[in-house]
Ligand binder design. Structure first.
Ligand code: 5CU
Length: 381
């Protein structure tokens, strides 16, 4: 069938499983879900700092959160409409970052088990035989390191979990924190790929202050804050020598690596000219591997960039079409109208960019749309 010969695999597709929705619904500070007093109105999802604008009533803060965020049937409907044969589902931001240390491991286990069960039931069902589901697990990053390591090891035993999704704060101090070394060692030794995804963006001041951010809704935080957050997080890992100490670590970067593909040459040049680094006569151990080597052997990039120049930069920087993977960002960026069953502009434009980037290379299209994900994540389709 087409599912097995030419699969279309969506590696960037999120959900808030029902257990996570109830977690957010029981909170009143970011991240939280607000239930308006009108029972017919959709609840509001208030997850970004800029969503919680005190000058607006809660019933119009953030965005409506309907069943597309939590329903596996809605995920399958979306897959059918867009010809997607397999989805690797991940919890959406801000994952478990905000949990108290005491409850983090228990919550992670519950949510990861929910995803494993849903994928397992889906893949065993004759009704959905041409729609396969896998998952990226979430880590209890606020818990003690031993709990994080134990969850990494446990996830390896869940057949439908094919990696983990993580934000950019690590244990709270960023991804260059030396305290992450045990976690990176566990990820490497278990061959667990990390899907790195932004959430916190940049401070509002970077855009001219909260009132400027609010004027343009989500555009500045999502189009620029998210990709720059990813770029800074990975650059800090690189500068701190994380990829020197953990040469087998594998990261899949959201949104085609933010702006890393475009800026990699500039990063490399600044490192070569930085007197602080031992290699250049200073005292600080700088990175020993080239950023290009890291891009070509430790990093994969998704293709969620919505434009040919961005996708071309990603392909050039990744060094091979084998390191780029299709994604949709569902259920974010839904159509603004409410036409049931219509194709989504965000998905169609993204798929169009992939098609247009390889007009005469069907093999490259096949790899980006699904072949690479099957190979890298070890999906059984
Ligand atoms: O629209 C958004 O805010 C988002 C988000 O929060 N997370 C994501 O993955 N994509 C878009």
């Amino acid at each position: 069938s087409n599912t097995t010969s030419n699969p279309v695999v969506d590696i960037h597709t999120h959900m808030y499983p029902p257990s996570y929705i109830s977690l957010l619904s029981n909170r009143t500070s970011v991240p939280y879900i607000h239930q308006p007093s009108d029972p017919k109105a959709d609840p509001r999802l208030i997850i970004l700092d800029s969503d919680d604008d005190p000058s607006r009533p809660k019933s119009s803060r953030g965005r409506p959160v309907d069943s597309t965020y939590s329903s596996f049937n809605k995920k399958r409907e979306f897959m059918k409409v867009h010809g997607i044969t397999c989805s690797v589902i991940s919890l959406a931001n801000p994952w478990l970052d905000f949990l108290e240390p005491e409850s983090a491991l228990r919550t992670a286990v519950g949510i990861n088990d929910d995803l494993e069960r849903a994928c397992s039931e889906n893949n065993a069902s004759a009704e959905y035989s041409d729609l396969k589901l896998y998952a990226f697990g979430s880590l209890p990053l606020s818990a003690p390191a031993k709990d994080i390591v134990s969850e990494i090891q446990r996830l390896k035993t869940l057949p439908h979990v094919k990696g983990v999704i993580m934000g950019t704060t690590g244990l709270g101090k960023g991804l260059d924190d030396p305290a992450l070394d045990d976690i990176y060692a566990a990820l490497s030794s278990t061959k667990t790929i990390v899907f790195l995804h932004p959430h916190y963006g940049l401070p509002a001041e970077a855009f001219g202050g909260p009132s400027v951010v609010a004027r343009y809704g989500h555009v500045l935080p999502l189009a620029m804050g998210f990709p720059l957050e990813t770029t800074i997080a990975v650059s800090r890992m690189y500068l701190a020598g994380v990829f020197d100490r953990h040469p087998k670590l594998e990261f899949l970067l959201a949104h085609s690596g933010g702006t890393l593909p475009f800026l990699a040459g500039r990063i490399e040049s600044c490192v070569a000219h930085e007197r602080e680094f031992i290699a250049n006569g200073g005292q600080t151990q700088g990175p020993q591997r080239s950023i290009w080597d890291v891009l070509h052997s430790n990093l994969y990039l998704d293709a969620v960039i919505y434009g040919q120049p961005g996708l071309k930069a990603a392909l050039e920087a990744a060094g091979s079409v084998d390191r780029i993977m299709f994604g949709t960002d569902h259920p974010f960026f839904p159509p603004l109208g409410d036409e049931e069953g219509a194709k989504w502009l965000s998905v169609e434009s993204n798929k169009g960019v992939i098609g247009d980037s390889f007009p005469n290379d069907e093999e490259a299209r096949r790899k980006v749309l699904g072949g690479n994900a099957v190979r890298v994540l070890g999906l059984d389709l």
